[in-house]
Design a binder for this molecule. Structure first.
Ligand code: GLN
Length: 471
């Protein structure tokens, strides 16, 4: 049984499937096969049993959904892949989870992730590494690698993740599935542990484009708890999915074909561009030099926000706790808790963030990066005056071997060079799988990304739906 969300809903509606049987099938399969990928860090059978009857009667009919462990769920552990939060039982639920529940989505368990969503391989999780279902020794990408591996291995029908710089599109590409990032403000961030608040966004991870639209609709909405939530967050319509959209015009930035792109991905990507041009797509190469500065901008602004957001973990109000009388003073206590509780990558970013925000460096780094971000937004807006969407490969590389890049952070950071600009600009973006490339006998997935202007999810879904059929 490898069901899409659409099939699940349709087949429950016409009585072809029994919802309880399907849910139990998925739960048992996930528990049995989880050791092959370590996609889930926890299963919530008690939650499933206590909510199944109520959720089955709602529009999503209790469809089994995996939740990234960064999304708070009242009464259940939400650990963010960190030792710092390993026993944290949340006193409230994230709005996106409550909305999902109202629409009948059923949480089967919490999925593994890089610590506090920092990483591109799901190797920085305190709980262990997730493995890509497409290769025994391959990383699934990150930080939402648990959610994407779970969907790719069909341990659940769909999943939620978060993406700050590429954490859904990159692992979706590595695992051969669909990842959709909505416009910033479309889905509430309330109750989602913050990494870099001006960039974070909740995402949907599905097997098809149509499923992405269904799941996004089920979690989108205005929320007064999130100051950046947009009032018209749920006013968009599901596309009609007909082949009659006006002839689209796509921009292909030359910068997306330059240094760092694996030649095998480049060849495959250009073959598809040729194919699209041969059909009816108008695709023009453009100059978008600001794209080349997105990674340095991100690694200046993101750590600044990380260092501020994670300052709350002091071992008193939040985080690990210890007997304070064992320490000579409060600073020693803080030092101990933060050294013990955070992993290496998290510490690196806190240090970097504290540095760029320090009074001596603020103007030279943080302020400059903010100015550059404004320029990036303006340059992207200009492109969308002339084009329907921007097309790029999703990642410059194929999924690497476990352990290959973990000690080489700079190389790892470059894996998000095509995904970061959409977070910087706050625009929607979506990655869909685009065939497989052979490497040492293993067939590895690659993805293609489309970005549209703000609030144009409908267009994005419609275009990708057409493209999906051509694959
Ligand atoms: N891989 C990027 C990073 O390590 C993106 C993370 C994310 O989107 N949460 O920061």
């Amino acid at each position: 049984m490898n069901l899409t969300l659409k099939q699940y809903i349709d087949w429950i509606n016409d009585w072809t499937l029994d919802a309880k049987n399907v849910i139990n099938h998925y739960l048992n399969k996930a528990k049995e096969k989880n050791s092959q990928t370590f996609s889930f860090v926890r299963f919530h059978e008690d939650y499933v049993n206590s909510h199944i009857d109520d959720l089955i009667s709602k529009p999503l009919h209790g469809a089994p959904i995996g939740l990234k462990d960064i999304i708070l769920t009242k009464g259940y552990i939400s650990s963010c892949g960190s030792k710092m939060m390993k026993d944290f039982v949340s006193p409230y639920s994230a709005t996106c989870f409550e909305t999902l529940e109202k629409n009948g989505g059923l949480m089967v368990g919490k999925t593994n992730m890089d610590e506090f969503a920092m990483g591109s391989s799901t190797e920085t999780s305190y709980f262990g590494k997730t493995i890509n279902p497409h290769g025994i020794n391959r990383v699934p990408g990150g930080s939402s690698g648990g959610s994407t591996a779970a969907v790719a291995a069909d341990l659940c029908i769909a999943a939620l993740g978060t993406d700050t710089g590429g954490s859904v599109r990159q692992p979706a590409s590595f695992c051969g599935i669909v990842g959709l990032k909505p416009t910033y403000g479309r889905v509430s961030r309330y109750g989602v542990q913050s990494m870099a608040s001006s960039l974070d966004q909740v995402w949907v991870i599905t097997k098809t484009v149509e499923d992405a639209g269904i799941l996004l609709k089920a979690i989108a909405g205005y929320d007064t708890h999130d100051a950046q939530s947009c009032p018209e967050a749920d006013t968009w319509q599901q596309p009609t999915y007909k082949n009659d959209v006006k002839k689209p015009k796509l921009a292909l930035p030359k910068e997306a074909l330059g240094e760092g792109l694996d030649p095998r991905i480049k060849t495959r990507f250009l073959e598809y561009i040729k194919k699209l041009k041969g059909l009816w797509w108008e695709i023009e190469e453009i100059d978008l030099p600001i794209m080349g500065y997105a990674v340095p901008m991100y690694y200046t602004l993101m750590p600044a926000e990380v260092s501020t957001n994670l300052a709350r973990f002091d071992g008193i109000r939040f985080g690990l706790q210890d007997d304070t009388t064992k320490y000579p003073d409060i600073l020693d206590y803080y030092k101990h808790i933060r050294s013990e509780g955070f992993g290496e990558e998290t510490k690196r970013r806190i240090l970097l963030g504290t540095f760029v925000l320090s009074s001596a460096n603020y103007e030279g780094y943080y302020l400059k990066a903010q100015q550059a971000r404004e320029q990036l937004k303006a340059d992207f807006s200009k492109i969308f005056e002339q084009y329907d969407a921007i097309i790029t490969p999703t990642t410059p590389t194929l999924p690497g071997k476990i352990g290959e890049k973990i000690n080489d952070p700079l190389t790892m950071y470059l894996e998000d060079m095509y995904t970061i600009p959409a977070n910087m600009a706050g625009i929607p973006a979506m990655s869909i799988p685009w065939g497989m490339i052979e490497e040492n006998g293993e067939m590895l997935p690659m993805g293609i990304q489309l970005m549209t202007d703000r609030r144009q999810e409908e267009k994005l879904l419609e275009l990708w739906w057409i493209l999906e059929k051509l694959n």
